[in-house]
Every structure is written in structure tokens, then in C-alpha cells.
Design a protein around this ligand. Sequence first.
Ligand code: FES
Length: 144
Amino acid sequence: MFTHYPIKRSVLVPMLLYVQDELGYLSDEAIAEIARRVDTTELEVRNVISYYSMLRTRPIGKYNLQVCTNISCMLRGAEEVFDHCRKKLGIGHKGTTADGQFSLEEVECIGACSWAPAMQVNYEFHEQLTDEKVDQVIEKYRNL
Ligand code: FES
């Protein structure tokens, strides 16, 4: 993996995503090992993790609904979308359903402003959301 990047540190984010996909989250042990392999400190690794909303240090549900409530989405009803998700799933910000299927998060811009309001579920984007679309999205994942 290191041979594809100009300096060791450049591999940090791809490595974090890879490890997270494998483990479900970035454990203390994983962070320590990644820091060792990239020749950096655990603190630096944690700083990078805290910057990216897709990276997490605790287990979450199988499907993570990340609803953008930043300005473009907010102006097009993102807070109502988030509220609908909250009621539909019965959980709040950073909550996980009892069956471990869904987690919910309010996040900053996910780069889909032109199609606001938007959310990301794991690696899939869902845009121009309405209550009905949110219901369809949740049902889709519930039936996978
Ligand atoms: S403001 Fe929501 S995707 Fe950019």
C-alpha cells in the first residue's frame, strides 16, 4: 500500500477507511497500529479521525444515516428530514437502533449541495430528500 503514495503519511486516510471497513470502527488498538505503521503519533491519527465525519472510534449500526444539515441542505428542509429520521428510527444524533441495524448522525456538508437536502448511508448518497424518500431509503436497507 505504501508504494502507491509519495510519503507514508499520505496513506493515512485510505488506511483508516480500509481498517474501519474491516473492523466496523477504529479501535484503540487499530489506531496505535496505524500510527506505528505510518510513523506518526496516535494523537495525530486521532486528529485526522476527528476531522472526517465518515471515520469513527466506536461501533455503530450496520447502516449509518448521515444527514447533512449544513446551509444548503438546511435551507431546503434538512432539519425536518433529520427530525423525520429521528422519529422513524426512534433514535437521536449519534444513536443506534436496538437491533443494531441503523445509526443516525447530523453531519456537516457532504458535497451534495446541488441536490439538497442530502444524506449519506455508508458509501451511498441519497438526495433531494422528502419524508417519503427517507421512508423508502430506510425500507431499502431494512430489506437488504
Ligand atoms: S450543504 Fe448539505 S451537502 Fe452541502
